[in-house]
Design a protein around this ligand. Structure first.
Ligand code: ZN
Length: 475
């Protein structure tokens, strides 16, 4: 009998990593693969698990199948390669293009963090080492192998898979794995992150087409539960966004938006552009302070077939965001420092989205102490991250080893989420023609996962369990 072992995103929302082994004892010459290979982020006791080796030797893992390019799903790949993995990493073509931006940036940040700790003597490790380097991240890219949506790929006589659409970010997919072991056929469906199920005014600015593939079947479903206990607001956030920005500008302040450089930044600037063109916002300077955001715009323009009609219309009407007047994309750190020096009202969109690193730290360090400024959160903030601390109303936050007082206004617009909420997840599950034998919930804080388990059991009568970290289940 084959088994799944949950190596990450079990009990938390980061570190997605599920080992599937077609041999029950792990030593019988079975085919071993990882579905996702993500980085733990957030609370320290989770991050420390990034330093632990895989429970089976990395060199014995035959393949990685990647759902999408977010770091919490792909960010451990260079470390896996460093530990001896040398098999193929399957992903959709657009996911591969995005990983080509995201992984080297992550390697660069790992090196910067280690250097910072060494310079300031702040680590208990001497010297502090990066989890992996920029060069190692770049070297890991050669293992990627493209697989299109809906194409069936045979990996061994007993294993095949296909990518279904997850509608979460560009390239995002679910992995349907078919195992033929000991005369039994089993279909496993790993959802990765699930995007918004519907598209309407309460979920504006969606760049990638909405709607995960419907009518899936699975014997075993492994599903995310990030918003397992929450419903997104159902009103259109654009009027409120425009009002917050106008008020901040009137009082002479700037708006700072922590956003993932990939997808969220593009989505947000499309909304800003539309608000300005329709006269709902004054034309004030917008700075996208992320070298990754520039490269990501180019990847989006290359993969327009995945974009919504609305996004295609905006691109057709206004051209590439990189050419929009009033929108500045900062690629060098000198350009970034110039933004720091500006003292007129502006909108600064910078990463990382959960304020765990990157240039947003400099902007917040400078702007958080001033009540004229506003920080707008447009994405999920995992507990333990600086983003979570700031969003939850703390009076101060630690940045670069210093205590920074939080006097700026703090606002949250959950509608920009790229995750389905509880009603949407249930709506998607209702499209299954038959119930899976078992559903394991992953990728959620414990309360979100357990509440979603209860909701699915009540609504559909399915057998649902919350996966635990390192738990092994036979399939
Ligand atoms: Zn994601």
């Amino acid at each position: 009998m084959a088994y799944i072992q949950f190596l990450g995103a079990a009990g938390t929302v980061t570190g997605s990593k599920h080992l599937v082994n077609t041999s029950s004892d792990g030593a019988g010459g079975g085919f071993q693969m990882l579905i996702d290979c993500g980085l733990f982020q957030g609370a320290k006791d989770w991050r420390e698990r990034n330093w632990q080796p895989t429970p089976v030797p990395a060199r014995e893992i035959d393949a990685v199948i990647l759902t999408h390019a977010h770091l919490d799903h792909c960010g451990w790949i260079p470390r896996l390669v460093r530990e001896g993995f040398h098999g193929p990493i399957y992903a959709t073509p657009s996911t591969i293009d995005l990983c080509g931006i995201i992984l080297p940036d992550s390697g660069h940040l790992q090196e910067e963090d280690a250097n910072f700790y060494n310079r300031h003597n702040k680590s208990k490790h001497h010297p502090a080492l990066p989890l992996y380097t920029l060069a190692e991240a770049e070297a890991s890219l050669k293992y990627f192998s493209p697989v299109d949506f809906e194409e069936t790929r045979q990996l061994s006589p007993e294993v095949s898979f296909r990518f279904a659409r997850a509608a979460h970010i560009l390239g995002s997919s679910m992995v349907e794995l078919t195992l033929n072991v000991d005369g039994h056929s089993r279909r496993l469906l790993f959802t990765g992150d699930i995007g918004r199920v519907r598209i309407d005014n309460s979920a504006p600015g969606k760049v990638v087409r909405s709607g995960p593939t419907e009518g899936e079947t699975a014997d075993v479903l492994v599903m995310e539960s990030t918003y397992g206990n929450r419903q997104h607001p159902t009103d259109d956030p654009r009027p409120k966004l425009a009002e917050i920005i106008r008020q901040t500008v009137q009082s002479g302040g700037s708006v700072i938006v922590p956003a993932f450089a990939v997808e969220r930044t593009q989505k947000f600037i499309f909304v800003l552009k539309d608000l300005m063109e329709s006269g709902q916002l004054p034309s004030i300077p917008v700075y996208c302070d992320s070298p990754m955001a520039i490269k990501a715009v180019e990847v989006f323009l290359k993969h327009k077939e995945e974009c919504t009609d609305e996004t295609c219309r905006l691109i057709k009407q206004y051209g590439s965001p990189l050419q929009w007047p009033g929108f500045t994309f900062a690629s060098t750190s000198e350009e970034s420092k110039k933004i720091n020096a500006t003292n007129f009202p502006s909108i600064i969109v910078s990463s990382s989205g959960m304020v765990t690193g990157g240039r947003i730290l400099h902007h917040l360090m400078q702007r958080l102490p001033d009540p004229k400024n506003t920080v707008i959160f447009i994405g999920f903030q995992a507990p333990g991250t600086r983003g979570f601390t700031i969003k939850s109303g703390a009076p101060e936050v630690r940045i670069f080893g210093e205590t920074v007082p939080i006097r700026a206004q703090i606002a949250t617009l959950e509608q920009f989420s790229d995750h389905a909420d509880t009603p949407e997840l249930l709506e998607w599950l209702h499209t299954f023609p038959s119930k899976p034998a078992v559903t394991y919930l992953v990728h959620g804080e414990p309360s979100a996962s357990s509440q979603l388990r209860d909701a699915i059991t009540k609504d559909l009568g399915w057998n649902v369990q919350v996966a635990e970290w390192m738990e092994k289940v036979t399939v």
